[in-house]
Write a protein that binds this ligand. Structure first.
Ligand SMILES: [Zn+2]
Length: 482
């Protein structure tokens, strides 16, 4: 009898929690009243793709005149922007545009994108329907490297600015456009970091920033509508080396345990005992926002996380993409041991790459590794002595900035659900923590299957998707600059 009553109370609590959920969606804002010449915009982006602004590990491989000619190209195709905004080069190859607002006393807006692209690997060239740097327009799409990452954002922003200028629009807040030239290079001296330092030296602080990161997804389990994922934080990054030193020697009389064997067990322990999963911060914010938009069964699960958390974490751990959003991930990436088949390794070493959830730090990861490996013969140290980066701070979702961004997205994509999330890859936004208070990682692109095209063959953007992206940027500029 008591058990029945308990089940009834529990059932009632689950239902009450579920029905109490209300949508977080803001009403669509006003669409920007702009005219875009589609044929021109397509020509501009296709032309931009033809510039081989490729970032490789070897900077010498970039043709030396590619950046100045690309800058001149942008100046030529966006004459109103060139006339009304101040354009500066930073670190020679990056660009900073300044569009002074009516109220320069208000915190400014920083809109960023990167102009460089990854190479098209030699052995994948045969898979491209259209060559990666020809900027071909065919089958209703613009094809080539940078069509989605990230020349669509740089050119899309400039098209939006140009169209707004043509309508006589002046922003209230000052707007900066920051276009880095080496985002894909990782640790190299970063154009974005130099732009941020320059802005800082000019007194910029507490800005609102929009960079790449999320876009609009069509396949979020349990949600029928497309979802605009806006990154409010990004994961940190650290690589850690495990190494084992032994006497080495000839392999004809090996000891019971070799350096390689000891190392292999340590890697296995690290992989099978990852950092614990968590549903908090940006991850929790995502599910709080999505839950009210889900089917009833899924709503029950997500509205009652006090009860369902272990189950949810278990399910989310199964897929690499969802696993990455709930924990600091462990990826064994490099191995080094003996160079000869009949020589015992005197040193065996492996590198593990970790992407850090907010709250975890390189130090907590090292401590965790020490615990789970539990073998003093394994030395655990930062790879190349680099201490790595902690995750970014989390930007606000309850302020007017996020509401303005959401309203702007819904002005152009009225049917989408806008949700905050944790960006698992690294973006240039991480360099702007000093000058911006709220950093949102989102590109207004709604093209199913786009994620698979990043850094891959046949990168392309459909023309209608690109036109909407430009309108999206115009709405974002209007929405958050006023
Ligand atoms: Zn990118």
């Amino acid at each position: 009898m008591f058990l029945l009553a308990l089940i009834a109370v529990l059932g009632a609590a689950l239902i009450v929690n579920t029905t109490r959920l209300t949508s977080h969606q803001v009403p669509p804002g006003a669409p920007a009243d702009i005219t875009i010449d589609q044929a021109m915009a397509v020509t501009h982006l296709a032309g931009a793709i033809r510039f081989r602004t490729i970032t490789t590990d070897d900077e010498a491989r970039i043709a030396p005149d590619v950046w100045p000619t690309f800058h001149a190209y942008l100046a030529g195709i966006f004459p109103l922007t060139e006339k009304n905004l101040r354009r500066e080069t930073v670190l020679n190859d990056s660009l900073l545009y300044t569009w002074t607002g009516r109220r320069p006393d208000l915190p400014p807006v920083i809109l960023t994108a990167h102009m460089d692209v990854v190479p098209a690997a030699e052995d994948t060239l045969a898979q491209w329907t259209h060559p990666p740097f020809d900027g071909v327009v065919a089958d209703g799409a613009i094809w080539g490297r940078g069509a989605l990452d990230d020349k669509n954002a740089a050119l899309g922003l400039l098209e939006a600015v140009e169209a707004l200028l043509a309508r006589g629009f002046t922003p209230e807040r000052t707007i900066y456009l920051g276009f880095g030239h080496n985002e894909e290079a990782g640790a190299a001296s970063s154009g974005a970091a130099a732009i941020a330092a320059l802005l800082r030296s000019r007194g910029v602080h507490d800005a609102v920033l929009v960079d790449e990161g999320g876009w609009i997804f069509d396949k979020i389990p349990g949600v029928a509508r497309h979802v605009a994922l806006v990154g409010i934080a990004e994961k940190g990054y650290v690589s850690i080396e495990l190494s084992v030193k032994t006497d080495g020697g000839h392999s004809s009389m090996p000891p019971r345990e070799t350096a390689v064997g000891i190392l292999a067990r340590a890697i296995d322990r690290a992989e099978t005992h990852p950092m614990p999963g968590r549903l908090d911060g940006a991850g929790a914010a995502l599910f709080d926002t999505l839950a009210p938009e889900m089917s009833f069964g899924m709503r029950v699960l997500f509205a009652n996380r006090w009860l369902t958390r272990p189950l949810l974490l278990n399910v989310l751990s199964k897929q690499p993409s969802t696993n990455a959003s709930i924990r600091t991930t462990t990826a064994a990436t490099m191995l080094r041991a003996s160079a000869k088949d009949n020589v015992l390794a005197s040193t065996a070493a492996a590198v593990l790459n970790f992407r850090l959830l907010p709250g975890d730090t390189p130090d907590t990861v090292m401590a965790h590794l020490g615990d789970v490996i539990g073998d003093p013969r394994v030395t655990i140290a930062p790879y190349h002595g680099e201490r790595g980066d902690a995750a970014s701070a989390e930007s606000r979702t309850d302020g007017p900035e996020f509401a303005a961004l959401s309203g702007a997205i819904r002005a152009v994509f009225p049917a989408v659900v806008v949700a905050p999330y944790l960006t698992v890859g690294a973006t240039d936004a991480r360099h702007y923590g000093n000058v911006a208070r709220d950093l949102y990682r989102f590109v207004p692109v709604d093209q199913p299957g786009s994620t698979e095209l990043l850094h891959a063959p046949n990168e392309h953007i459909q023309i209608d998707v690109y036109m909407k992206a430009i309108r999206g940027y115009a709405a974002i500029i209007r929405g958050i600059s006023n």
